[in-house]
Design a protein around this ligand. Sequence first.
Ligand code: UDP
Length: 244
Amino acid sequence: MDFIKNLKMAKYKRILLKLSGEVFKGDAEYGLDGSKLLSLAGEVKDLQDKGIEIGIVVGGGNFWRFRDFKELEFLPRISSDTMGMMATVMNALAFEKALANLDAKVRAVSSFPCEKAMETYIPKRAEHLMEKGNIVIFAGGTGSPYFTTDSSAALRALEMNCDLLMKATKVDYVYDKDPMEHEDAKKFTELKYQEVIEMGLGVMDLTCASLLKGSTIPMLVFNLNEKGNIDKAVSGEKVGTIIT
Ligand code: UDP
């Protein structure tokens, strides 16, 4: 009965959560922060217990990001991007184990084939896993260089027919400029994808915004550091900036 009650309270039935590599490193300079992973896993498990179907796209920036190592002239872009995709596989493995440690049903899949670590992403199979109540962690970005994991989050949200794409950040809302550096930064609570493109807002890249512009999937940009925000957002409470 509790399960049914909780399900009715949720506004969204199937969500795609985008977690950048930054999230996994917590306060550390690099790599993974175990306690951060576990507390995050706890919040995600709570959602699963409410009957919400959850997909998670993980970034890799806590280990490797093309733009952070651009100055390495000997390293071609394709190799550097490949390293970035491999970094997402490391995060996915770690988060899969953090969730499993809490007895969550979870499966990591990768669009960058990595058979000894996890199965390769096949859309129909991944959707089936979600329908069966597994949290599905999507690693490997799009599986191709020259993209970001924001774009892969848009793609997976579309392919998995998600009701909402939730992008976790360190700030409460989308602003027209960095609120840490500019006192007069303007805050947005609602935006259109077209406005994100026209104003060149840094909240997502153009590929991601263009993919979502023609869709019915809203993106919620919210502050992950405020505990309980994921739960509030899924229940339809006003949190962060909603982009449609
Ligand atoms: N990457 C890629 N193709 C993709 C997704 C990611 O080549 O489809 C590479 C790219 O080099 C990127 C890195 O993986 O810089 C890590 O991804 P991202 O920067 O999106 O991670 P985040 O900033 O979310 O941690």
